[in-house]
Design a binder for this molecule. Sequence first.
Ligand SMILES: Cc1cc2nc3c(=O)[nH]c(=O)nc-3n(C[C@H](O)[C@H](O)[C@H](O)COP(=O)(O)OP(=O)(O)OC[C@H]3O[C@@H](n4cnc5c(N)ncnc54)[C@H](O)[C@@H]3O)c2cc1C
Length: 444
Amino acid sequence: MALERVKKAILFTRLVAYGFRVSVSILRRAVSVKFAALTTRTLTPPTDHSEVKNVVVVGAAFAGYFAARILAASLPRDGRYRVVVIEPNTHFNFTWVLPRFSVVGGHEHKAFIPYTPAFFAQGPKDVVRWVRDRVTSVRKGSVVLRSGDEIPYEFLIIATGSTVANGLPSRLGVETREEGMGVLKAMQARIKAANRVVIAGGGAAGVELATDAKNQYPDKSVTLVHSRQAVMHRFGPGLQKDAMDALQRLGVDVILGERVDSGSADGKFIALGSGRKVECDCFVGRVADIQMLAGQINCTGQRPASRLIAELAPDAIAPSGHIRVKPTLQIDDESLPNVFVCGDVADTKDTNPNSRIAGRQAEIAADNVVLAATGKEPSYTYSPGWGDGVIKLTLGLDRSTTHFWDGESELLFSHQEADLALMCGRAWAGVSAKPFEDTGMYSS
Ligand SMILES: Cc1cc2nc3c(=O)[nH]c(=O)nc-3n(C[C@H](O)[C@H](O)[C@H](O)COP(=O)(O)OP(=O)(O)OC[C@H]3O[C@@H](n4cnc5c(N)ncnc54)[C@H](O)[C@@H]3O)c2cc1C
């Protein structure tokens, strides 16, 4: 007991030190951006536009959008470089709230944050070119878009994140705000119309969806099926227990050590791997099943969106599907020193990939591009830090728990949550958007 207390005290001290390091890093960046603005204002841009070199960023979410902002603020201000951001979505999809908005109506618009030039205000005017399109292939020196256009690059940052086959509650699978709001509303309607909801996958998205659904509709039967022996199995035992306690307190049936046979859903029952049948008029599985049935929800597995690099440099793809990188976040392929990777798609061995990690990697990739653009060797390096693995898990509509874990000890903080929209206003403000006005020029 005493030993456990000492371990927790050590963990708390490490947490404070971690917070301090993060603050210093934010300060360092603010100072260096100010310094760049003051010292390079007088340089003249090249008159010939063909001399302007592109730093292309593929994907604009927690990794790519933030990398583009750092590049805009820190690349040499002599007009030699421009940042080209390529993103198919009309709006920044704020993933954190998708399980909640799959159940609770009236807030859908808050999940779609407008992309706005104001986000790049620290850089020179017009340093960013925004391209609403999808990259369909990457070549050495250029990217090809769905539109057929080809854009050359001097440096490339791949920040394509991850995808799921089934969409909600983890991803939307559509590109416009209107379509995305429609997908969320359709899911809300399916759950509302159902009597027996079965959710597959006891990771964060599954636990959040199950607790929200049961909290919102206490009279419905909600069952969570998970293939492992504990929900939240990738995290510490304290969080596993908190999650299980909350599920049971709300009355969610939890079935562990079983997989769902999604193809067996017939609108009345669904079969588990063992052959057991569970009553179900709203399961969530493969896309084909979603079209067939009244409603389906699958919270299992995201996959890294690494196809573009798999075609260009197949040896750089890890068995997990992530893109192998060096500590500098350059792709692990000697023939592509000018290609960097950051965020969920990068093979950085983080135990709980998340937005903070994506943002930290974005910083390192962008800083290294700036070094290379000024003739220096990329020297900033990334290594996983346990403090980045923190997770805040909602456990019903008015509760959450925050979990820090260093692999041995864990700290858990329970909170009452007053805001059904999970404080997305802060996320809007964090990317220079006015909550909740859809005014971003890039998003129009
Ligand atoms: C349901 C859910 C809840 C979460 N909650 C939290 C949380 O509370 N806290 C937290 O820190 N993290 C959370 N996460 C994790 C977090 O969302 C991810 O770690 C983060 O989104 C990773 O950012 P990313 O930029 O690497 O990738 P993504 O967010 O996946 O973004 C990739 C971007 O690339 C674009 N793209 C993909 N392919 C192409 C292409 N070919 N051409 C051009 N653009 C392309 C996509 O459109 C997308 O905008 C959650 C995730 C989910 C699914």
